[in-house]
Ligand binder design. Structure first.
Ligand SMILES: CC(C)(COP(=O)(O)OP(=O)(O)OC[C@H]1O[C@@H](n2cnc3c(N)ncnc32)[C@H](O)[C@@H]1OP(=O)(O)O)[C@@H](O)C(=O)NCCC(=O)NCCS
Length: 218
């Protein structure tokens, strides 16, 4: 991997750390892409035109970032993940290996007359992944769908509906099987009503305010 000033700033401070942008020689990065300081773009990754990566992101080998896709700081897009436009990823998001964020709910290669579809023949729809959320390996998020803050999508899931903040979902179609905290571990129920939950890793408590909403309380 080469260290490069290509498309980005070198040595910008992030919490006092030296941040060097590095882009593998074999990566295919469009000219008008914005890549923040400290990003690492690995071999054979493709970053399409007008995409923007915040500081300190990692894009793994063979991963695809579609045109105009926004990726928040400190995010990781793992090997062979496919992030089709117009996806939007918040800060600190994790897109697991070979995960797919789709952009066409009713895909067809051709119009009814048999002619190949072009860009203006269909309306892309996107996946939004909010701050801190994780998409497990080989999961598919079927756009349009929003993955809530700090949510966790199990490996191999197929997400067809919005996922609440802090929800753990699994399966095809994905169903909620629990709650997770910021650390990514399952929360443990600490009262009889099922309203209060604890992260045993961080000690942070959470409260369920309705079946779809979990909030940090202390
Ligand atoms: C979902 C996940 C977080 C659950 O971990 P966990 O809390 O330790 O869960 P358990 O292993 O105790 O499993 C709990 C239940 O969920 C099921 N389950 C676990 N992972 C699942 C998955 N990926 N898809 C469907 N069901 C799953 C288990 O079979 C079990 O079901 P049961 O109660 O009927 O026996 C974990 O299995 C996972 O998928 N992590 C993502 C890994 C990944 O993709 N990493 C990317 C970097 S390589």
């Amino acid at each position: 991997m080469r260290d490069s000033g290509y498309h980005g700033d070198l040595d910008m401070g992030y919490r006092g750390r030296r941040m060097v942008l590095s882009i593998a020689d074999s990566a295919d990065v469009a000219e008008n892409v914005v890549i923040g300081a400290g990003c690492q773009i690995w071999h054979l990754a493709q970053i399409r035109e007008n995409a923007a990566l915040g500081e300190n992101c990692i894009v793994g080998r063979g991963a695809y970032v579609g045109s105009g896709v926004r990726v928040g700081a400190n995010s990781k897009i793992q090997n062979y993940a496919l992030v089709y436009e117009p996806a939007e990823l918040g800060d600190g998001t994790f897109i697991g290996p070979a995960a797919v964020l789709t952009n066409d709910l009713y895909p067809r290669a051709v119009n009814p007359d048999g002619q190949r579809k072009d860009g203006h023949d269909w309306e892309p729809v996107g996946v939004t992944v909010l701050e801190g959320a994780s998409i497990g390996a080989r999961a598919v998020c079927v756009a349009p769908v929003t993955i809530g803050r700090w949510a966790m999508i199990a490996a191999g899931s197929t997400v067809t509906k919005d996922v609440p903040d802090f929800a753990l979902v699994a399966g095809t179609p994905a169903r909620q099987i629990g709650w997770v905290g910021r650390a990514g571990l399952r929360l443990e129920q600490i009262d009889d009503t099922g309203e209060e939950w604890l992260c045993t890793s961080t000690g942070v408590k959470y409260r369920v305010t309705d079946s779809l909403t979990l909030e940090e309380i202390e």
